[in-house]
Design a protein around this ligand. Structure first.
Ligand code: 3HC
Length: 303
């Protein structure tokens, strides 16, 4: 059955090579998926060789884990490793037909990346953004071919989260959208078409919930109490565990975009900002016995 709002699948174009801009954790997770399930070459780029090497090494490490668990055959592991390569130059995208970015969550940065990519790729190459909350319409504004841009939003951890939000901007072409849906299907994701609105759907819901935890936390509720308050509601992870996985700066950027769009309905947390400014990766420290506590120097940062 065709997903709601998806164009005719017959319009989908083949994807034979994927380019990934940004070799961070999110990018590495979906680079692996593209190589494993689309069976096409995937080239990752970043601003320096160290980042590129780290990204490729992450993918190879994940392949090793799948192999050790018996989830893939030795042949598939070798093939997947060989398919994922890195380059410091976007020239490596010259023959790609699907380029996806997962760079810093800032509109000007993403626009700059797409301008550079557009100068290299063919006019038919699809450009996709994994943005969590930014306007895909604004991102397409200065493109020579705005019809080729589509939102392709994965969730963390990519390997296990089944959902993918596909975002259509006003100029997104039907063939581009059909290719995005076909690609999502090949990646075994459940794709939903969402409107290009701040934080789309999932983050909009998630941040309303997280926002209340932040607010309680900012108002002086003990962090442990605020975080655990939602446990009985059957959440798979407490908000601050989820935050550490997603990354505090990403969560704060999503919150800020939503605050801009929805005003007081979404509170930007001063305490969360204090943790980010101090370079903290999360709130909790986990001891060897699995028990969690907030380190004293982290507590000292909080108001
Ligand atoms: N990377 C790769 N695989 C992972 C993983 C990761 N980070 N975390 C878990 N897995 C795998 C495990 O290896 C395991 O695989 P296996 O069956 O082959 O051994 C499988 O997932 C299940 O893991 P667990 O046994 O640890 O299962 P849990 O029951 O603890 O579930 C979870 C793990 C699915 C991550 C669950 O805790 C969960 O759903 N958490 C909430 C995640 C969530 O809400 N994500 C959305 C965040 S918002 C976002 O990403 C949007 C962005 O824009 C900010």
């Amino acid at each position: 059955k065709r997903p709601a709002g998806a164009p005719d699948a017959k319009l989908a174009r083949p994807v034979t090579k994927v380019g990934v801009v940004g070799a961070g954790l999110m990018a590495g997770q979906f680079a692996l998926l593209f190589a494993r399930l689309l069976l096409v070459p995937v080239v990752m780029t970043d601003i320096d060789a160290a980042r590129v090497d780290k990204g490729v090494a992450y993918v190879h490490g994940e392949v090793d884990k799948l192999l050790a668990k018996g989830r893939i055959s030795p042949d598939a592991a070798n093939r997947t490793r060989a398919l994922v390569t890195g380059s410091v130059s976007k020239e490596a995208f010259a023959d790609a037909d699907f380029v996806i970015e997962a760079v810093f969550e800032e509109l000007t940065v993403k626009k700059q990346v797409f301008a550079e990519v557009e100068a290299i790729v063919s006019p038919e190459c699809i450009l996709a953004t994994n943005t969590s909350s930014l306007s895909v319409t604004a991102m397409a504004e200065d493109l020579k071919h705005p019809e080729r841009l589509v939102g392709f939003h994965f969730f963390n951890p990519v390997a296990v989260m089944p959902l993918l939000e596909i975002v259509r901007a006003p100029k997104t072409d039907d063939a581009v959208l059909a290719t995005a849906f076909a690609t999502a299907k090949s990646l075994r994701k459940t794709a939903v078409l969402v409107k290009d609105a701040a934080a789309f759907v999932v983050n909009r819901v998630l941040l309303r919930l997280m926002g209340e935890v932040f607010a309680a936390f900012d108002e002086g509720t003990d962090a442990h109490t605020a975080d655990n308050a939602l446990r009985p509601m059957g959440l798979p992870m407490t908000p601050f565990t989820l935050l550490a996985m997603v990354g505090l700066p990403v969560a704060q950027h999503v919150t800020e975009s939503m605050h801009e769009a929805f005003g007081e309905r979404i509170a930007v947390s001063a305490n969360l900002q204090a943790l980010i400014d101090a370079g903290r990766k999360g709130l909790w420290e986990t001891a060897e016995d699995g028990s969690q506590s907030v380190p004293a120097d982290t507590l000292a940062l909080l108001t």
